[in-house]
Structures are given as structure tokens and as C-alpha cells.
Design a protein around this ligand. Structure first.
Ligand SMILES: NC(=O)c1ccc[n+]([C@@H]2O[C@H](COP(=O)([O-])OP(=O)(O)OC[C@H]3O[C@@H](n4cnc5c(N)ncnc54)[C@H](OP(=O)(O)O)[C@@H]3O)[C@@H](O)[C@H]2O)c1
Length: 340
């Protein structure tokens, strides 16, 4: 098999393709010939040495793959053999052969390409947890989606519009026209405009009922202020800590310094009728039954044309460094994938 390794913490060029013998599926596992692997912002944080969950270097990152099952291990229903599938991987997804337990596996419906399927798990499960499971977004509410042009942002917009909510999105200006066409009602260029002031303008001063924030730091502080009564702030990342392509401890410290550690105290939350919650899909490995319920619902919505993964670009394994540059240069509108 061929795998993409993060050889050490550093810029995209630390990614290297290496060969190794094909793995054999263990008890309860299937082996997948991978046709597409998803890239996530967490892989970039991991590559820079900013992601504590990542096993020590050298390591093969990657949370999701799609392809076809070519071998099944002991105890696995043989019906899986030869099936088109997608799967969540606990690292190791940047590989053209992957073994996973069937709990992490989903059958790919007819008509769903491997590229589309590899774009579903992390982006859509996260968006679902934020909007539906914990955010309780309702019809005619307003949701502010940060990084609206990223994989999670586009997934969230599709689900929020299906619910009947209004979407305000922040994104680099070059993405606005396309994001408007994808359903975002109001767009803010947060790099030149104050998103707090612009959101107040769009909502006649009221604020919003839900915020999806993976930027962190100051963004969270402003977001909390922007919540209307009964509003909820969902936090799920710290992309503001990434200010260059190698680790910069000062930017991490700056984000931590701007984080409103004391604002979310119980008394303040009670008196303001506000809610604050966190999401980390990578910490739900003991809740896979629940996650499968979300996956089943999302597959129904895919069949209805609501869930429609937008692929920004796919890169060959040998171009993995370019793929990471592409995301960090803010070039993507939608999901970035690797193909063997
Ligand atoms: N907790 C979880 O379970 C979970 C799961 C998935 C994702 N996440 C988090 O959600 C965020 C978005 O993930 P994604 O996969 O949707 O992103 P993505 O598809 O990789 O998109 C990246 C986009 O984020 C924006 N961005 C914001 N700050 C940035 C920075 N400092 N450097 C480069 N780009 C930056 C850029 O768009 P603009 O320039 O247009 O803003 C960029 O194009 C990330 O922080 C990620 O870690 C968390």
C-alpha cells in the first residue's frame, strides 16, 4: 500500500508518500481499497504540531475514506465483501488501503461517487451535531456560520436551509458569489469587516439564535455578545491559531489570551438566557451507535438532494503538500480530497 506520512512537525513539505505491505483485516474488520480520502483542517493542525490527539510523529493522518471492500476479517458478515463503502478512520486515512471495524463503516448508496462519499463523514456529521443535535436549530431562526466556504460551512448551510433557517456566513471575499449561489443569505468578509457589527445590521440589532465557531479566541468573545436571548454558541475549533504554515507558539498564546474564559460563568448564562457548547467528533468513538443514526439520516437527505457534498478539488497522493497549501492559502470552496 501507499500512505502519506507526516514525517515531523512543519510546513506542507513534511508530507511524504511511503510504501508498506498491505494490511490484513483483523477480527471484526474489513479492508478497503481506497478511492478517495478526506483532508480536514485538523490534519493541518496535526502537521504543524498543534493537534494534541494526533499520535506521535511519524504518523499517517486522516479521518475518512471511501472505496470498495476487498477482504473481510473473521466475524464479519461476508455481505460486505465487494461493497462500495465509506468509513471514518481514527487516523491512517491518508492511505490507499485501510482496515476498519464495521462500526465505522457505511454502505455507499448506488449513484454516490467515492469522491462525494469521502466528503461526507467529518463535515456532515460535525455540521449535524452542531445544528441539529446540540444547536436545536429551528425554522425561521438565524445561524451565523464562520468559515462558510469550508467543508463544514457548506454542509451546515445545506442542512440549515433545509431546516428553514436564515444563514449568515463569514468567508474571504473571493468566495462570496459562489457561496451566495450555494444558499448563504448574507455574507461577511470578516477579514476586512467587523462581523459583529455586520451581523447586527443583518438582524436589526437582535443578534442570532445559533453560531458555529471554529475560529476561536476573539471570535468566540464577539459571538457570545451576538447571541439573542435563547441563543446558542457552538465552538468546535481554533483555526485562528494558524497564522503561518509552521507552528507559531505566539499565535496560539494570542488566541488563548483572547478567549473569554470568565464570560461563560453559570450566573451570566442564566441571566442572559444563552447557551454555550463544544463539539469534537474525534472524541465520539464510544458513541458510534448515535453517530450512525446521524449518518443514516444524512444518507436519506443525500437521496433527497439536500446533502450535496461540494468538492473544491482533489489531489493525487504525490500532491499532498499542494493540497495542504491550497487549504492554508484559503483557496478551497468545499471539500479537498486525496486520490491514490
Ligand atoms: N471539532 C470537530 O469535530 C471539527 C470537525 C471538523 C472541522 N472542525 C474545525 O472546523 C474548521 C473548519 O474546518 P473545515 O474542514 O470546514 O475547513 P476547510 O474545508 O479546511 O476550510 C478551511 C477554510 O477555513 C478558513 N480559515 C479560517 N481561518 C483560517 C486560517 N487561520 N488559515 C487558513 N484558513 C482559515 C479559510 O476560509 P476563509 O478564508 O474563507 O475563512 C479556509 O479556506 C476548522 O477549524 C476545523 O478544525 C472541527
Amino acid at each position: 500500500m501507499r500512505q502519506i506520512w507526516i514525517t515531523r512537525a512543519g510546513p506542507p513539505e513534511v508530507l511524504a508518500v511511503k510504501e508498506a505491505p498491505d494490511p490484513q483485516p483483523k477480527v471484526g474488520q474489513v479492508r478497503i481499497r481506497v478511492e478517495a480520502s478526506g483532508i480536514n483542517f485538523a490534519d493541518i493542525l496535526g502537521r504543524m504540531g498543534l493537534y494534541p490527539d494526533l499520535p506521535p510523529f511519524p504518523v499517517v493522518p486522516g479521518y475518512e475514506v471511501a472505496g470498495r471492500v476487498d477482504a473481510v476479517g473473521e466475524g464479519v458478515d461476508p455481505v460486505w465483501a465487494g461493497r462500495d463503502v465509506f468509513a471514518m478512520t481514527r487516523f491512517g486515512g491518508y492511505s490507499d488501503v485501510v482496515c476498519v471495524r464495521t462500526e465505522q463503516l457505511y454502505a455507499r448508496p448506488a449513484g454516490m461517487s467515492a469522491l462525494e462519499a469521502a466528503a461526507i463523514p467529518v463535515n456532515y456529521f460535525t455540521a449535524w451535531q452542531l445544528l441539529v443535535v446540540m444547536g436545536s436549530l429551528k425554522r425561521s431562526e438565524t445561524v451565523l456560520v464562520h468559515s462558510a466556504g469550508g467543508g463544514v460551512g457548506i454542509a451546515a448551510t445545506q442542512i440549515a436551509k433545509h431546516i428553514g433557517a436564515r444563514v449568515i456566513g463569514t468567508a474571504s471575499a473571493s468566495k462570496h458569489a459562489e457561496l451566495r449561489a450555494l444558499g448563504v443569505d448574507h455574507l461577511i468578509d470578516y477579514r476586512t469587516e467587523d462581523f459583529e457589527a455586520r451581523t447586527r445590521e443583518f438582524t436589526n440589532g437582535r443578534g442570532v439564535e445559533l453560531i458555529l465557531d471554529a475560529v476561536g479566541g476573539d471570535s468566540v468573545k464577539k459571538g457570545y455578545r451576538l447571541l439573542a436571548p435563547t441563543g446558542r454558541l457552538g465552538m468546535f475549533g481554533i483555526s485562528a491559531a494558524v497564522t503561518s504554515k509552521t507552528r507559531n507558539p505566539l499565535s496560539m498564546l494570542s488566541v488563548l489570551a483572547k478567549t473569554p474564559w470568565l464570560q461563560f460563568n453559570p450566573i451570566a448564562l442564566i441571566n442572559a438566557n444563552k447557551g454555550v457548547f463544544g463539539v469534537n467528533l474525534g472524541h465520539l468513538w464510544r458513541e458510534l451507535d448515535r453517530v450512525r443514526e446521524w449518518g443514516d439520516r444524512l444518507l436519506e437527505l443525500w437521496a433527497q438532494g439536500v446533502v450535496k457534498p461540494k468538492i473544491a478539488r482533489s489531489f493525487k497522493f504525490d500532491e499532498a503538500a499542494q493540497a495542504h497549501h491550497f487549504i492554508q492559502d484559503r483557496g478551497n470552496i468545499g471539500k479537498v480530497l486525496l486520490v491514490p
